[in-house]
Design a protein around this ligand. Structure first.
Ligand SMILES: N[C@@H](CCC(=O)N[C@@H](CS)C(=O)NCC(=O)O)C(=O)O
Length: 201
């Protein structure tokens, strides 16, 4: 197995985190996404036509893009993917929430800071919307977590792995998590799991 990845990519980190938690080793090939390496013809043709990482390359050469699909694949048959029908559906529910309501809102402000993107009036207005929607999504997580330790059942699943990454990194984009104590406690809980891998610095 080989992971096509980028050093500061949160979506790639999701996969490296799960690999660590599962104690599975995997070769990692890093790309320069800012430099456009994932849009080079060779990458588009033979790795991912969508020009993004992460992509998991399986032993038979099959390329599996999309962090959620990769997490699901790797977690099958392990405690990180429950067997019970409704619990599996709940895992999927939170992974879809992560992609639709959380990911872009939390990742884009970080990406713009990381890449030193000029904040024009248009981007400032976009940032305002991203923060508004991002804080709303964090509020959903905060209320749901309440007294819970993990998002599905009483042990960590790939839903936690998928949801963990961008709240953990969002301060790099200017978010403040002081108003989200349950999210903060859950982030700390994840960081104590055996095999935990720290995020890209
Ligand atoms: N839905 C995808 C999003 C993947 C994604 O946006 N990857 C970023 C890095 S975190 C990327 O490859 N960006 C390069 C580009 O879009 O050109 C997933 O969850 O894997």
């Amino acid at each position: 197995m080989r992971l096509h990845s980028a050093p500061r990519s949160g979506n790639s980190y999701k996969v490296r985190l799960l690999l660590g938690l599962l104690g599975t080793s995997c070769e990692v090939v890093d790309y320069d996404t800012k430099g456009g390496e994932t849009h080079a013809p060779g990458f588009l043709e033979s790795v991912n036509p969508d020009g993004k990482v992460p992509v998991l390359e399986l032993g038979d050469g099959t390329m599996l893009p999309e962090s959620g699909a990769i997490l699901y694949y790797l977690a099958e048959g392990t405690p990180y993917l429950p067997e019970e029908k409704l619990e599996r559906a709940q895992v999927l529910r939170w992974m879809l929430f992560e992609q639709y309501s959380l990911l872009l809102n939390l990742s884009r402000p970080r990406l713009w800071r990381m890449w030193g993107v000029e904040i024009t009036a248009q981007r400032r207005a976009e940032l305002e919307q991203l923060f508004e929607q991002g804080y709303r999504a964090l509020g959903v997580m905060e209320r749901y977590l309440g007294g819970r330790e993990f998002f599905v059942g009483d042990h960590p699943t790939v839903a936690d792995v998928a949801l963990y990454v961008y709240p953990r990194l969002c301060a790099e984009g200017g978010y403040e998590l002081e108003g989200f104590p349950a999210v903060g406690a859950w982030l700390e809980r994840i960081a104590t799991l055996p095999g935990y891998v720290p995020p890209p610095g």
